[in-house]
Write a protein that binds this ligand. Sequence first.
Ligand code: NPG
Length: 366
Amino acid sequence: MKITGVELRRIAMPLVSPFRTSFGTETTRDVLLVRVVTPDAEGWAECVAMSEPRYSPEYVDGAAEVIRRFLLPALPVNVDAYGVGHALEPIKGHRMAKAALETAVLDAQLRASGESFGRFLGATRDRVPCGVSVGIMETIPQLLSVVEGYLDEGYVRIKLKIEPGHDIEPVRAVRERFGDDVLLQVDANAAYTLADVQHLSRLDDFGLLLIEQPLANDDLVQHAQLAKRLRTPICLDESIESAAHAAAAISLGSCSIVNIKPGRVGGYLEARRIHDLCRAHGIAVWCGGMLETGLGRAANVALAALPGFTLPGDTSGSRRYFATDVTAPFELEGGHLAVPTGPGLGVEPLPDVLEEVTTSTEWITV
Ligand code: NPG
């Protein structure tokens, strides 16, 4: 495919309620959209970098800069999605920026050939079960009412954000109120150290599906030590930025479950490699989320339909985050989202909404 131009568009998406994690509070999602134009089709993607480098070293301004200054100039004149990863290899890191560019090229390529993301990636299901991520709340009663609302909406799994000082009690309260049958897991976003092992082992009493990323991103060895001391399975998120990291984590025994976020690992092709590797080693995977709009959500739902995704993902409905999405909203049906079947992402940005939320656009002729 010959890329003739690329649009970098910034949009500001107000969240329906603030989302607090151990690394910060989000009230508006500042998103970089990438639109790749070719003679045959256009492709869209969303960069998952946040406005500040608190979850990972990447951030939105930096992603836009690296795309315009280093990634686009590195692409050959004719390229497909596989070629993008190869061409960008000499540039270190910046996986979220690379993922956005590769995904937009993949979308253009699939729209041109009439194939959906799901079919291309190897989806084996037409709908996926959905979990929801619950931010840190001011009070336990507030948390219980939010969780109740999500269970009433049909979410099949609840993930509670935790941090030191806000961990055992919220989990206990949710278990006491909603019972042992609710699929429940926690996410620490790297907020603990190995010195907390005794405290974290108190979570073992609550029959959690997993504890996600308890220790720092580069603590693969410490996670392996922690895994020996906890009954609750350890799932890694921030630590896994590539299939090579996943291979290291598996051989060290650092985790028994992996959260796959395509943006974090450099794109859907690497995400599929991690899926394949984990599946071959009996490691369960699930699809994470980074407050994506409908564009990113569409591709995540397609990925989550691969056979190794055996746990419900953070693939929530659009209205969990946004009053108005930039695409037709993803809506839960019986706790599931349907995998889009149209060419490429299978969803289109709604021009009026897109205009309304756009804060800047930049056209780059390639
Ligand atoms: O459903 O999109 C979603 C969000 C799920 O909790 C969620 N994401 O740490 O996994 C995470 C967290 C996150 C959000 C991370 C935004 C980084 C940015």
